[in-house]
Design a protein around this ligand. Structure first.
Ligand code: 7PJ
Length: 284
């Protein structure tokens, strides 16, 4: 593992211990189309889901309002702010937990961090106009993920000669740019970005990145991994997203053993159990 990585990270006043794997629980705040409850219903459900994840042992709640799925509806910055900011405000007030905002938009970064978000998580590595400056001004830690930044044309097949080296090179250059913009090295977390579509990996590349995950630590930053229910699992098991829990847990364990400091998941309780038993075995 990596000795150059600081163990305790200040996320808007709440500390994250990076000396062990942390579970980041996914909270999607998208309007509920199955009811006419409108925003109040969406807000209520989000808070309830957050409470469950906090009780289950999540270290971070990752709140996002914009889908990155191919074909997903594109929403305005204003709509994204309206979706996520009230939820971020309520959760950071009600629970003693680090809140991250999953966004690529400068306006959302500004509003979300003012509302209490302690981490900016960007699958586009702060590439959108103004995002880098907004993140730097917010003073909170950032997660930079490797992706294609834009949704590829349908039929696009990603190709890498050496996926770990190429993804590492991209992340290193984005991290350097962040530091030039005034973000301290200690506040940067990297993520190779598992998954297809805009994330730009085939299942075979995802599997190679899992196998060689420890190599990402050479970059000298904490590393996050998000593999929960992703399509490479479906490619191996030929199953649907709701059938991928056990495989997601198996991969989470592999990543934790390869030194991932943060694991981003849908199933917090199950993942926390896996990490607890692994920890008990390590301590025996
Ligand atoms: C990731 C993410 C990921 C980070 C999503 C999904 C797609 N942020 N946001 N890493 N994935 N940092 O959860 O399947 O892998 S949205």
């Amino acid at each position: 593992m990596n000795n150059s990585v600081n163990k305790s990270l200040d996320c808007a006043g709440r500390l994250l211990d990076l000396g062990r794997p942390n579970v980041m629980g996914i909270l999607n705040v998208t309007p509920d189309s199955f009811s006419d409850g409108g925003r109040y219903n969406t807000f209520d459900r989000a808070l309830q889901h957050a409470r469950e994840m906090v009780d289950a042992g999540a270290g971070i709640i990752d709140i996002g309002g914009e889908s990155t799925r191919p074909g997903a509806q594109i929403i305005s910055e204003a709509e994204e702010v309206d979706r996520v900011v009230p939820v971020i405000e309520a959760i950071s007030k009600e629970f003693d937990i680090v809140v991250s905002v999953d966004t690529s938009s400068a306006a959302v970064i500004r509003e979300a961090t003012s509302a209490g978000a302690g981490i900016v998580n960007d699958v586009r590595a702060l590439c959108r106009p103004g995002a880098l400056e907004a993140a730097a001004a917010s003073q909170v830690p950032v997660i930079l993920m490797h992706s294609l930044v834009e949704q590829p044309e349908s039929g696009f097949v990603p190709a890498y000669e050496n996926v770990v080296d190429e993804v590492s090179g991209y992340l290193a250059s984005r991290a350097e740019l962040c530091q030039k913009a005034g973000i301290a090295k200690e506040k940067i977390i990297l993520d190779p970005g598992f998954g297809g579509g805009m994330f730009g990996k085939t299942p075979a590349f995802d599997l190679q990145m899992i196998k060689r995950f420890s190599e990402f630590h050479r970059l000298g930053y904490p590393v996050l991994a998000g593999v929960s229910r992703k399509s490479f699992i479906g490619a191996v098991l030929e199953n649907t997203a709701d059938e991928r829990l056990s495989a997601s847990l198996a991969v989470a364990l592999l990543l934790a053993q390869a030194g991932a400091q943060i694991i981003r998941v849908h199933d917090v309780k199950e993942t926390v159990d896996v990490l607890k038993i692994a920890n008990a075995v390590a301590a025996a």
